[in-house]
Design a protein around this ligand. Structure first.
Ligand code: ADP
Ligand code: MG
Ligand code: MG
Length: 372
């Protein structure tokens, strides 16, 4: 144990941090990277975040860090001209002693240090409309800060990320190899995907036709990547910038809503009970649009409903494909059918979104109307 701590201290010491390291402990609920909180003494920064990047997911971590740097430099600049008295913070990259954005040890592990956002906390679920509005505000602010940063300034670090037709191709390939063992649940999934095949390219088609422009996106705007002020409860930062890359902001909008408006969560076993909570969606969109109204186009509003429906469907499709191939991508499974149940949760959510198409579209319309 103490050897691990010594190692971590040695790693943290590679970075340009002031003062003495008092403590290093595992931190947060992330499930991609290994995250540690470093506590410092005699330093203006009381804490810094030390992370080992998951290189099974990110094959070019140096490009990830380059993206993060381009973003933080740009957003920090924009924030200086901001005419808002609200607290908003952008995590910054702490360089190594020799001015690099990361440190690679002898075993090839890839480490970085990031400034810690003090007096803030993250949550795994959204329980009320106030927090929902703040989560939407956070995503809107994030998009707003980069709305004038050309997407080509950032590298694509995950090829095919959120390109739903590609996930459908992978599904077809998996199905061709699968022994087709049958169960009512498997049949439900097969049927569910079959009846929606022709619609899965809805966002990609809009991208190709130019109806939706290529922009920068966060890529993982789940609620636990938003930090809320511990005293006021208001959103103060969006963190976890690894998947920041060119894409559609609709991937973010859809992913934020599908993950936030399901109070039973992605991991529930009671998939039949899952529903999309439209009241929460209304608050999220209200917060989002309050910050995004200056760059959203008519077409952007038109595709919001599809983006929510598609991102829920896409995740279900990915879970189901992974179940068919034996849990390769979502490899952290607790039981054999885990990814099947995860797929059922997302498909149930998709269905609930579909049955509420009218109220969801009415919410978007009313919010847009309210701006006039
Ligand atoms: P993952 O990709 O594994 O989700 P994150 O970057 O989201 O990793 O970090 C995991 C958790 O650590 C976050 O949910 C948050 O609680 C905490 N955290 C990460 N970075 C910061 C930061 N700069 N300030 C405060 N807390 C942070
Ligand atoms: Mg995270
Ligand atoms: Mg992450």
């Amino acid at each position: 144990k103490s050897k691990t701590i010594d190692n971590l201290v040695a790693i943290a010491s590679q970075f340009d941090v002031e003062g003495q390291i008092v403590e290093i402990q595992a931190f947060g609920n992330g499930n991609i990277n290994d995250t540690f909180l470093v506590t410092l003494r005699n330093s203006t920064q009381k804490h810094v975040i030390l992370q080992r990047i998951n290189t099974h997911v990110f094959h070019q971590p140096e490009l990830v860090m380059q993206n993060v740097r381009v973003f933080t430099d740009h957003a920090t600049q924009r924030l200086q001209d901001w005419s808002s008295d609200r607290r908003w913070e952008i995590p910054s990259v702490i360089l190594t002693q020799d001015n690099r954005e990361y440190w690679m040890n002898a075993e090839g592990a890839f480490w970085r240090a990031i400034s810690f956002i003090e007096a803030a906390q993250s949550f795994d679920t959204i329980t009320d409309c106030d927090r929902a509005r703040e989560a939407g505000y956070a995503l809107g602010t994030f998009h707003n800060l980069i709305s004038d940063l050309p997407p080509e300034k950032l590298a694509v670090t995950l090829e095919g990320f959120h390109i739903t037709p590609r996930y459908l191709q992978q599904y077809d390939a998996a199905l061709a190899k699968h022994d087709k063992s049958k169960s009512p649940e498997i049949d439900f999934c097969l049927q569910f995907i079959q009846t929606r095949r022709n619609w899965v390219s809805v966002l990609e088609d809009a991208k190709i036709s130019g109806e939706l422009p290529l922009r920068l996106m966060h890529g993982d705007p789940k609620v636990n990547n938003v930090l809320f002020d511990t005293n006021t409860g208001r959103a103060v930062s969006v963190i976890d910038l690894d998947t920041l890359m060119p894409g559609l902001i609709h991937y973010d909008i859809g992913d934020c809503l599908r993950s936030s408006c399901n109070s039973l969560g992605e991991e529930t076993q009671q998939w039949q009970e899952v529903r999309f909570e439209t009241e929460l969606a209304q608050s999220i969109l209200q917060g989002y649009i309050s910050q995004a109204k200056n760059f959203l186009t008519e077409k952007d509003y038109e595709y919001i409903y599809d983006s929510i429906r598609l991102l829920a469907f896409e995740l279900g499709l990915r879970f189901f494909t992974d179940y068919l191939v034996g849990n390769v991508h979502f490899s952290k499974v607790k039981y054999a059918e885990h990814n099947l149940v995860r797929a059922l949760v997302q498909f149930q959510l998709t269905q609930s979104i579909e049955t509420q198409q009218s109220p969801i579209c009415a919410i978007v319309r009313d919010l847009k109307q309210g701006l006039k």
